[in-house]
Design a protein around this ligand. Structure first.
Ligand code: ADP
Ligand code: ZN
Length: 347
């Protein structure tokens, strides 16, 4: 086991890498812990949960809502949980979000920790202290920024992760590399999904690298005053596409990153859009597709990060260097339309 502490402004988080779930009791007392997981993770790893208190949720983003939080709270009361109880979210981003959210409101806040089991949760969702739920069509509309006490990595969970979830994780991994780290980008660029899945060591390196990248950004800007905005690379258009079309988060963000790379070419003279696109393809992600500009733009301009007539759009100055760019909302629409025409021609 490899232990690292990251200190954020509000709290420090203990990271346990290369850890085994069977040793989780060295980090958290079984008597105080209540595990929250979902049925997929529970069914695929039943033996791991023996002798722990467990609350099992229905899987899926559609359950990341207040009624699920209420149901968890009722079960906590049934377990006679108190202020000393510790919630442990064992699952993907939905489970870790709900766990952090419920732990932050139950009895005005109790401790919590995460065992991320999806690649996305390992490298992204579980890090940073953002714990939210969705309200109607609005994602993460309600929630809190509060850090877990620990994040515990057992890579063996990945053995049962469905293929689609692998590419979801890699969309965020490629994002981190694009905005923050040219070296990691080169590693990804010269690899592909098949290769990394076969190599436990390579995966270990990628996970550790990405945790450092994401935790570094969060540490420098926990409350999203500046640098943390870079993590929205690919997400402005991505979120809009995700609500309008049947795309996974990773697919939508991949499409958003290709547009942002293209726009970076137009506005900042960025030369490597093709490299970004090819790397996404290496990891099974879609990169092109025509969309309804009017419909997508209407959702996009409602993005909650917008201030007045301009919005912050994350662009690339070069590979490994993301920048925050203020762009006029109307100009953005013109760019979107022009970009969409190039996609139609590619089909
Ligand atoms: P995220 O993509 O943010 O991690 P979810 O929590 O919805 O979001 O996880 C994605 C899907 O993968 C869910 O259906 C979840 O049940 C499933 N899942 C997560 N981890 C594993 C795992 N280790 N084995 C099998 N399925 C998993
Ligand atoms: Zn994302």
């Amino acid at each position: 086991m490899n232990k690292k502490k990251f200190t954020f402004s509000s709290a420090s988080v203990e990271f346990y890498f290369e850890a085994l779930f069977s040793r989780l009791d060295t980090v958290v007392d079984r008597k105080k812990a209540i595990i929250i997981t979902d049925a997929n993770v529970f069914d695929a790893h039943q033996s791991k949960f023996k002798n722990w208190n467990v609350i099992t949720l229905k899987p899926g983003e559609e359950y990341k809502v207040q009624p699920t939080a209420d149901a968890i709270i009722e079960q906590l009361i049934a377990f006679q949980a108190d202020r000393k109880s510790i919630l442990v979210g064992v699952g993907g981003g939905v489970v870790t979000d709900l766990t952090g959210y419920v732990a932050s409101i139950f009895m005005r806040g109790i401790q919590f920790g995460f065992v991320p089991t999806s690649l996305l949760a390992m490298v992204d969702a579980s890090i940073g202290g953002k714990n939210g739920i969705d309200v109607g069509q609005y994602k993460n509309m309600v929630g809190i920024i509060r850090q877990p006490s620990f994040i515990y990595y057992d890579q063996s969970f990945l053995k049962t992760l469905p293929d689609a979830e692998w590419s979801n994780g890699f969309a965020e991994i490629i994002k981190h590399a694009c905005i923050l780290d040219a070296k990691t980008f080169q590693l990804l660029e010269s690899s592909n999904l098949e290769k990394v899945k076969k190599s436990k060591k390579l995966m270990q390196e990628i996970i550790l690298n990405n945790v450092k990248l994401k935790a570094g950004v969060v540490k420098r800007d926990e409350f999203e005053a500046g640098e943390r905005k870079l993590l929205n690379f690919g997400h402005t258009l991505g979120h809009a596409l995700e609500t309008q079309y049947e795309l996974t988060h990773g697919q939508a963000v991949a499409l958003g990153m290709v547009f942002a790379a293209w726009l970076s070419g137009n506005l900042l003279g960025f030369k490597d859009a093709a490299r970004v696109e090819q790397t996404l393809i290496n990891f099974g992600l879609p990169t092109r597709g025509a969309f309804d500009v009017e419909k997508v733009f209407n959702v996009l301009k409602m993005d909650k990060k917008r201030i007045s007539k301009t919005m912050s759009y994350i662009l690339l100055k070069r590979v490994g260097k993301g920048v925050i760019n203020d762009i006029d909302v109307d100009a953005l629409k013109t760019h979107l339309a022009a970009y969409n025409e190039t996609n139609k021609k590619k089909k």
